[in-house]
Design a protein around this ligand. Structure first.
Ligand SMILES: Cc1cc2nc3c(=O)[nH]c(=O)nc-3n(C[C@H](O)[C@H](O)[C@H](O)COP(=O)(O)OP(=O)(O)OC[C@H]3O[C@@H](n4cnc5c(N)ncnc54)[C@H](O)[C@@H]3O)c2cc1C
Length: 359
């Protein structure tokens, strides 16, 4: 990678050193929900904030580009989060697009937030163990900017800024002995004896629609080694992929392409049913495209396939303070005490109280 970078720089005459320096009170890298919320919170305290984000729209996983809805407990942050969240439409719905506009409009109301969209951070400089600047490059013009500030917030989801600054980090599962977090009730799943790369996978959301007339879908032999005989017409949150020998960071494109093969191959199976091809008809979550269940495969056409990976678990930076969960105690406390907003959330979504994650 380094060799390729220096070859490109030699051929193009463009170095990695930005000429323009931008000074702020706070620089936030990554414009997902975390980065947007941090920007507003800081701006309301009077700080001059740079929000550096590598996409044309804000929202990260919750953006119209990826379309994961945000369903969670607002707690004390309700006012800020409501300016930014994506309703439960649910996942993959085109309605998520209108929330992009809401986020952009609300962030633009803060005159002391400068949003640098399409700028991808690629380097952090440290002085005496503190980050002093972050460099970012425009993804289409190539313009390079150096951001200087006394404080930086890493909201990249992959912990890039901390990583470039040399921070310690974890990836996958630590041995349960590392932080004394053994949880007997869940056995080795939660408390492995040795560390490994086991993480939750990434998703590519997608869906189809009734075109009202027959639509041809080609054979996709390049996808069938992944799809096998599985047939489907919509994807949801449970379409995720991880493998211990693949990194959710370095191998993100391989994982995304694997998901593409699962999607196009399964849809092809759905469009070309035969005795060999089993129709899973696994049911559709929420209300998204329920009507499609009634429609015939021959009039179905792909409506939307995200081209970006929706990421889940990744690099976890180790800070000066570590929140260790003595899990048995944590979950009994969780049962006993009420988290603000928890009851309302259950009621609103007609859910029963459970320790499971709310997707
Ligand atoms: C299908 C699916 C279902 C999920 N369900 C749940 C759930 O039920 N409950 C739950 O708690 N979580 C769930 N998650 C996870 C949840 O979506 C994420 O935890 C959440 O999006 C994290 O928000 P974030 O702002 O930290 O990161 P992100 O949403 O990942 O945003 C980070 C942004 O930073 C940008 N970025 C990255 N690197 C750089 C860089 N170098 N320079 C500039 N910008 C950069 C990225 O483009 C990205 O847009 C789910 C995820 C998926 C994919």
């Amino acid at each position: 990678m380094e060799a390729l970078k220096s070859w490109r720089s030699k051929q193009s005459g463009v170095t990695d050193v930005p000429q323009k320096i931008m000074k702020y009170d706070l620089v936030i890298v990554g414009g997902g929900i975390a980065g947007c919320a941090a920007s507003i919170a800081a701006a309301e305290q009077g700080l001059k904030v740079a929000l550096v984000h590598d996409r044309p729209v804000l929202g990260g996983n919750a953006s119209g580009e990826i379309r994961v809805h945000t369903l969670g407990i607002y707690g004390k942050f309700e006012r800020i989060l409501k300016m930014l969240d994506t309703e439960h439409y649910p996942n993959g719905s085109a309605e998520a697009l209108k929330e992009d506009q809401k986020r952009m409009t609300n962030i633009a109301k803060y005159k002391n937030i400068d949003a640098f969209l399409n700028f991808r951070a690629y380097h952090a400089t440290t002085e005496k163990g503190k980050i002093s600047s972050v460099d970012a490059r425009h993804t289409s013009t190539g313009e390079m900017l150096r951001f200087e500030a006394p404080l930086f917030v890493d909201c990249t989801g992959d912990g890039w800024i901390g990583y470039w600054a040399g921070a310690d980090y974890n990836y996958g599962r630590e041995a349960s002995s590392k932080y004394n977090e053994a949880w007997d009730a869940q056995g080795l799943l939660w408390s492995p004896e040795t560390p490994d790369n086991f993480v939750m996978g990434s998703s590519v959301l997608w869906g189809s629609e009734n075109a009202g007339k027959p639509v041809v879908f080609p054979e996709v032999p390049w996808a069938m080694d992944v799809a096998g005989t599985y047939a489907e017409k919509n994807g949801e949150w449970q379409w995720e992929f991880s493998q211990n020998d693949l990194s959710q960071i370095e191998d993100a494109e391989t994982i995304r392409d694997h998901m593409f093969r699962a999607i196009y191959g399964s849809f092809c199976n759905y469009k070309h049913p035969s005795t060999q091809r089993k129709n899973s008809d696994q049911g559709v979550y929420g209300t998204f495209d329920n009507t499609i269940q009634q429609q015939k495969a021959d009039s179905l056409q792909l409506k939307w396939v995200s081209y970006l990976l929706g990421k889940r678990e990744s690099r976890r930076l180790v800070g000066d303070y570590l929140d260790q969960r003595q899990l048995d105690k944590y979950f009994s406390a969780y049962q006993k005490f009420e988290i603000p907003g928890y009851q309302e959330l259950l009621k609103k979504n007609n859910l029963k109280k459970t320790n499971k994650r709310l997707e």
